[in-house]
Design a protein around this ligand. Structure first.
Ligand SMILES: [Zn+2]
Length: 576
């Protein structure tokens, strides 16, 4: 690309001085002194070749756009995204109403890929052997920019939007108690705005749209990386719902993890008649858990580990022949995660030995600790500041205050800033933390260690909630989510314009990635070529609730909003 660029510059220089023709004539004159018909033809041929070559070089070289032109594009993009306000609201509400758990996002996947196909994207479905995943592509050539956002929800988080007390749509059903229903609207409408500008102005490049399937299980993104879907991607913009409007770079202080399911195989027997003839798999699970809980004292305070018993047997009078336990082992770096993983396996082996049962384990999820790209984050942050926070209405503020009261939100957040209703200003850009006690995980990190990546946090939820809770769903199909997603789409669109028109942003992003981020730390995956994505997870839960939930799918042909469809007065803050 660089040699082409310098050729193009040479050509520009000649053209500017009116010298190209002169140069060609001189060159040809020197070469073909005899003006007979044969060399006239050769001369014409060579002239055509040279002109065609310059044309080719011109078409291949990244164009340099001036700032007035870029500013013009940005104004158009803001207008284009604003004109999609209704589409954004519909998409946010629709995915909210689907409320699908990880690997079961079939309605969501169909709905989104249909929209992408209608908008000219070529869609490859079922990537990495995950039925609900896809890779949608539009455009050609470089740069290749991937836009991603999660689509799955949380178990038992069904909740009516706009209602500030527990009121599930379907009792016990899953729901968007994290707000993953809003991110696809952010990236898709930013991408469509960019696509229109690229067509109109002949801007080269490729846009990719992909979903974070089963993010709550951290079980898709490392598989996409393993299977090569991000090989030719130059940069990735990921978006995630938040109570604030921000972006960061470096190490945000999160933990990485492995998610491992242990299963024990014993021997059934009459629990009263012949217990001495049984080998309890449940005993093995309990002993493993006891072992792990003793181990905790000797782990670094940065670790987080938690488990659920996935199978504890069938009924008390049968010695459980099968039992299972599912662990998340989290730490701050690869080596420490690996050592938790190894310790977990050892304790499981000990438990099997004590109970004379057989143990098997399978990794079913993984995430590295995140690290995000500085030049991309700085580009995004300038655009976040330009877009600014949405204008919140009194109703939005009323709902936010009621939800914060309901969840007993802390008075100050982790950064020491007050938690008081909806935010009025974008957050400041944050860099690497000097130290962290650890925290949550997101498998976007596996992409961030392979491709320069940032996460745009857009303000579509209420600050101060607990996360992974039904109350986190309350705002997610209300004007708070609609306006926050619109703001996010604007910031993403402006950043796409910067990236597609200013090649040095990608150059610096790659330089940061190579010379800073991965200088001393190299990505090593936790999964092997043989670990399948655990797409069977959540099948039974979804099968149990799907039919009841279908009755409440959003119908935008009949109702302006999902609130209207459910007959909810916005906001409803007190139980009647
Ligand atoms: Zn999330």
């Amino acid at each position: 690309m660089h040699s082409l660029r310098s050729l193009r510059e040479t050509k520009d220089c000649f053209m500017k001085n009116g010298l190209l023709q002169l140069y060609l004539n001189k060159l040809l004159h020197m070469t073909f002194l005899n003006q007979n018909a044969a060399n006239q033809a050769i001369r014409l041929f060579f002239t055509a070749c040279i002109i065609l070559f310059f044309r080719y070089a011109d078409a291949q070289a990244p164009k340099v756009y001036d700032s007035a032109f870029i500013e013009g594009l940005k104004k158009e993009a803001l207008a284009s995204v604003s004109s999609k306000e209704k589409n954004i609201q519909e998409m946010v509400d629709m995915i909210f109403s689907f409320g699908e758990l990880g690997f079961q996002e079939f309605e969501t996947s169909k709905y989104i890929t249909d929209i992408l196909s209608k908008n000219g994207f070529s869609v490859e479905k079922g990537i990495s052997g995950i039925p609900t995943a896809w890779l949608a592509k539009w455009g050609s050539g470089s740069p290749v920019i991937a836009l991603g956002s999660d689509i799955d929800c949380i178990p038992k988080a069904s909740q009516k939007p706009g209602v500030a007390y527990k009121d599930p749509i379907v009792e016990g059903a899953p729901g968007h108690g994290e707000g993953h229903n809003s991110g696809q609207a952010v990236i898709i409408f930013a991408a469509i705005a960019m696509k229109e500008l690229m067509i109109k102005n002949h801007i080269p490049g490729t846009i990719i749209i992909w979903p974070g399937v089963a993010e709550e299980l951290v079980a898709s993104k490392a598989w996409y990386i393993r299977d090569g879907y991000f090989k030719n991607v130059d940069a990735c913009i990921f978006t995630h719902v938040s109570g604030g409007f921000s972006v960061g770079y470096g190490d945000p202080g999160m933990n990485g993890l492995v998610s491992v399911r242990f299963s024990f195989d014993g021997e059934a027997a009459h629990a009263a008649g012949a217990p001495w003839r049984g080998k309890s798999a449940l005993d093995a699970v309990e002993l493993m858990d006891v072992g792990w809980n003793f181990k905790r004292e000797h782990l670094k305070p940065t670790q987080r580990s938690h488990y659920v018993i996935t199978d504890g047997g069938d009924q008390p009078n049968v010695v459980p022949s099968k039992a299972g336990v599912w662990y998340y082992f989290r730490e701050r770096n690869y080596e420490d995660i690996k050592s938790l993983y190894d310790a977990g396996i050892k304790i499981a082996q000990g438990a099997a030995m004590m109970t004379d049962t057989k143990m098997k384990y399978q990794i079913v999820g993984t995430a590295w600790p995140g690290h995000f790209n500085k030049p991309l984050a700085e580009t995004m942050y300038a655009n976040i500041k330009r877009v600014g926070m949405p204008v919140w209405s009194d109703a939005d503020r009323q709902l936010a205050a009621a939800v914060q009261k309901l969840v007993e939100a802390p008075k100050i957040d982790e950064e020491g800033k007050p938690v008081d209703g909806l935010k009025n200003k974008p957050d400041t850009i944050s860099g690497s933390v000097p130290f962290s006690w650890g925290g949550g995980s997101d498998d976007i990190a596996d992409i961030s260690w392979n491709v320069p990546t940032i996460v745009l946090w857009y303000p579509a939820n209420i600050p101060g909630t607990k996360g992974h809770h039904w109350a986190d769903a309350i705002a997610m199909a209300t004007p708070i989510a609609h306006k926050g997603s619109l703001a996010g789409a604007k910031a993403a669109a402006l950043t796409l314009i910067d990236i597609f028109t200013t090649p040095k942003i990608i150059d610096s992003a790659k330089s940061y990635f190579t010379n800073v981020q991965t200088k001393d730390v190299k990505y090593k995956p936790f999964i092997t070529a043989n670990d399948p994505p655990p797409t069977y997870l959540n099948t039974e839960i979804m099968a149990k609730y799907r039919e009841q939930m279908k009755k409440y799918y959003y119908d935008p042909s009949k109702y302006k909003t999902y609130l209207e469809q459910l007959g909810i007065t916005y906001p409803t803050v007190e139980k009647k």
